[in-house]
Design a protein around this ligand. Sequence first.
Ligand code: ARG
Ligand code: ZN
Length: 843
Amino acid sequence: QTIYLKDYAPFPWLIDGVELTFRLSPKATRVTSRIRFRPNPDAPSGPFFLNGETMTLLSARIDGAEVQPEITPEGLTCAVPDGPFTFEAEVEIDPEANTSLDGLYRSGGMYCTQCEAQGFRKITFYPDRPDVMAVFTVRVESEMPVLLSNGNPVDQGDGWAEWHDPWPKPAYLFALVAGDLVSVPGHFTTRSGRAVDLNIWVRPGDEGRAGWALESLKLSMRWDEEAYGREYDLDVFNIVAVDDFNMGAMENKGLNIFNSRLVLASPETATDTDFERIEAVIAHEYFHNWTGNRITCRDWFQLCLKEGLTVFRDQSFTSDVRSAPVKRIEDAILLRARQFREDQGPLAHPVRPESFVEINNFYTVTVYEKGAEIVGMLKRLVGDEGYRAALDLYFDRHDGQAVTIEDWLKVFEDATGRDLTQFARWYSQAGTPHLTVTDAFEDGRYTLTFRQETAPTPGQTEKAPQVIPIAVGLLGANGDEVVPTTLLEMTEAEQSFTFEGLTGKPVPSILRGFSAPVEITRESSGAEKAFLLAHDTDPFNRWEAGRDLARATLTAMILEDAAPDAGWLQGLGAVLRDTALDPAFRALVLALPTQDEMAAHLARLGHVPDPLRIRACHRALREAMSEALEDSLPALHEDAQIPGEYSPQAEPAGRRALGNAALGLITLRDGGARARAQFETADNMTQSIAALGALLAIGKGQDQLAAFEARWSHDRLVMDKWFGLQIALAEPEEAAPLTERLTQHPGFDVKNPNRVRAVFGSLSGNAAGFHAPGGASYALLADWLIRLDALNPQTASRLSTAFDSWRRYDETRQGQMRAQLERIAGTDGLSRDLSEMVQRMLG
Ligand code: ARG
Ligand code: ZN
């Protein structure tokens, strides 16, 4: 059953208060609810329907009198009085049997909840929709020592605790946790003097790994005060780490629940990337307190309202506390690898979709990351001051409300006087705009002409021109910047921009800072790109020039059997040796486009990609780099051996990133000696796992793999790395058999999403292994998707996107992948999640 944005209608009642009591028991938890309803004066009347699934109704009352509601698998309906009334119910649910990890479930002996998007309806009967906001009071009864819910603690005693959340909220922000937990406590005093108790709750034994999360939380709280003027609004802020979690984390009011991999970190167990990610996700969930919780979404079509904005905010935070250019490059890499891929295939959808079958299928890179790019473009267009004024107005005008993208755009219009009618297309039009650029120079006038085009996507054949902010700078022949960064606003299908008074033909640096989420084609010589790689004053475009050259040389190797481009290798060497450049930046310049990106690129050029050939050329190019850069690499690797105590901050992490990139290349020529030494001596996971990866990539490292397992077999999070790395780096024909063997390993647990993702996400991420001739990986993934779907539809559905690029490949592979999709589609009792996904992929 498809839900449409155009069918939105408000709920006919408002809620004056909700009281819930939980009597927790693994297989028979009792939930009693008392909900005070009153007719919504702004809504047409309608039937009284409460969502409710997978529960047993024990009793229901209206104003104290027993009633017999009509029950369907989706919920209940009931005759109700004309005026205000109180609805009470008692239901029984089974947390132990809940393997979907949606609603109330058990993880490692504790109770926890996940209610976004529609999990609350598995807890009790309720209008489970984000535009119904209410004040909750919660009583939890359980033997468990720690009992948590939203808001502030009211009172507690032996076996019970009461919580009250004074801020009205939708049900998707409800949370409850009960477990044998210990806290790593902290304090924060807000700018206006509110004292806030902070706690990171973990299992006993994990206390030593929660410090980084706590520091990240304090940093985030301060940043939101300084950058957005937003303060925290409760007396406590609790974060709980759980091992079994479908997504990364959840912003429940005052009680954030996190996948433990995004909380727990120590130098020995987590990499620099893990530390950075934890810092960013702690910030993301904290920032939701204002962008998501205080101001929420009217309906789930508006998901990007809170997610796009909150991702933009966490990206800005990371830029401020780490390196802005490095963060921008990392975000562009992610967007292109995943969001552009989504746009190119059958799952393409607008940032604000217009229909869905299962909303959980729309927590996508398009909604999140492209949604964040739209916010960034708005900021670029209206300027920093305009943006701040618009956001101030947003918080002022909409605090306490459930709003829409139209409301969001209106605050920008009202605060800045700008008409955003055309800009709004970014929310409704799917697909990546493609810019073609040509230029001309005459009598000191330089003209850039852009043409924009967006390919058809499912359900949208015609595309209208978008507003594209294009940041451009011009460089003179000696590398001087003759025109500093200027923002061009493209609004037409084709449009020219002229720069006057130049003494010679400049070299353009286009789309600086990746100023819009578009693809760009410009016929330009390798020499010009090499010039930009050496001289561009915009760090993003400097990296971009190197990336373009790498992609061009790889393309020529794949299609024409060309040799690696010597000019590029030389330019690369110069960048690597330039110690004035941030090591993290240099590490990014050294990274090649992934094999999947090359496949996408070739498909766009009209070729059928051959994953094995791409892999072979990728490897050949890395070997050429290893040889050409041979003299520079050892020094880079040695600079990463930092004496003293490990720090996950940006500077040392950047040095290690460059050192490990160098190690990977050195290992292609030294037989693994240096990597083995690093594996032996490393005192941190970043260098230990990089050494292991470097060895596995040359077909060695089996002893180290065994040693790693022996050392870490007790640690779930570290073992996820062990499972994932060997599959990601397996030889093409080994990928499926190895994956199958690892599913027999005693540590494999189909009920743990992190483990499942480590195994099957790595299989589909190993492009040549996933597409290895014969289709064994396709069949294996399909087998497990079917099995997983019966337990955990959300995670199965998400992993199924591995097949979304099936149409790119040759007929044989297409046939094999289609057959697997059809086999999944034909499975009895398939979830709504997975069936919607495979239907869309089959088209
Ligand atoms: N709102 C959470 C976050 O971004 C994501 C939760 C999504 N959960 C889900 N089951 N779809 O930060
Ligand atoms: Zn979010």
